[in-house]
Design a protein around this ligand. Sequence first.
Ligand code: KIV
Ligand code: ZN
Length: 517
Amino acid sequence: MNKPKKDKLVIFDTTLRDGEQSPGASMTKDEKVRIAKMLEKMRVDVIEAGFAIASPGDFEAVKAVAEAVKDSTVCSLSRAVPADIDRAGESIKPANSGRIHTFIATSPIHMKYKLQMEPEAVLEQAVKAVKHARQYTDNVEFSLEDGSRSDFEFMCRIIEATINAGAGTINIPDTVGYGEPDEYGKMFARVIANVPNSDKAIFSTHCHNDLGLAVSNSLSAVMNGARQIESTINGLGERAGNASLEEVVMAVRTRQDIYPVATQIDASHIVPTSRLVSSITGFPVQPNKAIVGANAFAHESGIHQDGVLKHRETYEIMRAEDVGWNTNKLVLGKHSGRAAVKSRYEELGISFESQAQFNEVFSRFKGLADKKHEIFDEDLQSLVGHDQSSISHVYQFENMEILCKTGQPPQANLHIRVQGEQQTVSAEGAGPVDAVFKAIEKIANSGADLKLYSVNAITAGTEAQADVTVRLESSGNIVNGVGADIDVIAASAKAYIHALNLLATGKHKAHPQREGV
Ligand code: KIV
Ligand code: ZN
């Protein structure tokens, strides 16, 4: 018997745009290009690379992604206003395939209080925006922001009008994560049935995870006719995040008996991409996170272990290697040469923009290999994720000495370069990390608030590198600094200094859902 033919499910990744809206998750142009290339390798259909009008840096980042990526469509977000659309149109010009994603809020609460506009004016502006965007590309997506809380009749009218104006994709976001799977899914079925020209567009979901329902809501929409899911790696995104790409993709693939769709994603790149995003943004992945968490395929209980050994499928519904958990035990060390390191990076799906970039990473590999006997894939990924060569360094970590004695406050003596000039400073603290941060602040005097300090071991064992994230807030701007070292105190100092450099160079982002970007 022939299997029923599946519809294509378009996977739209917004890690570089909505993901970047997580507090402190802003990325540099080079970091965005690195992640975009991994997404392209994974065969993501559409990469939303940023919000071009937000800042000159974001414009350049979208443009750089459009230049670097050949196989995926590259998209820029824009509000439904001409200046935004023009900027988005310019930014995607170099793309082989470019999309403009324009949006306006359609719920009563957003129209009344945020936009202070009448529904008819919103409808008119949406149509004008889509027509304007079509001057740049045939590939235009229109989003009804806060769609899940919008009036049904109004939503149908605006969708019909924007499809007539040339939108090929209609996205109905659950912007505030309020939707419930049955209700959100049925809304898609009703809209598709009621809008006369609905067959001329692909319907898309964009769900936030405030109630932990983003993936369920997205999949329910798919069961009711949606054929694009907007999602992010590791579920990164505004507030509680977006639907997680890896969960959506693996649900559709694992339950082919249920879902009437298939994706073109090469799932073997999921884990390396998850790691790259985590180390670039400084957002650790919780160990029990589905698909990409460290425990996702670990069987602790004896009964489970026994079952898996006898027959894997007793307790495993997916194969770890299919999503990129590494079975290759090849370990590199201080005798490994350039060719071996480069080839391992290639196997991990990581390529370098230039020889200079590889040289920089290779020299850090050598530094690490001097301290640590075995370099695992996770270490290699972290070395790339922590490449800070593309941001300007106001402060640079040189070295430090920590004095700890039971019963006495620890003391940190630190050598830092400030604008290239070496400075030495000492401070005491409640613990060694506190002493280091106080010492750095004696020099930087940033006045920033420490919002988060987190330490993760990159691999197992006491020789493992520590991956540290430091989140600082200053004048409402939030940044995440990251640092890795086998010495947890040095990793902490590097992360703090990275955060200060991000603040000093304005690496924080404007927010598209807030007016006055
Ligand atoms: O959550 C949302 O509504 C968005 C839109 C801009 C698509 O991110
Ligand atoms: Zn969103």
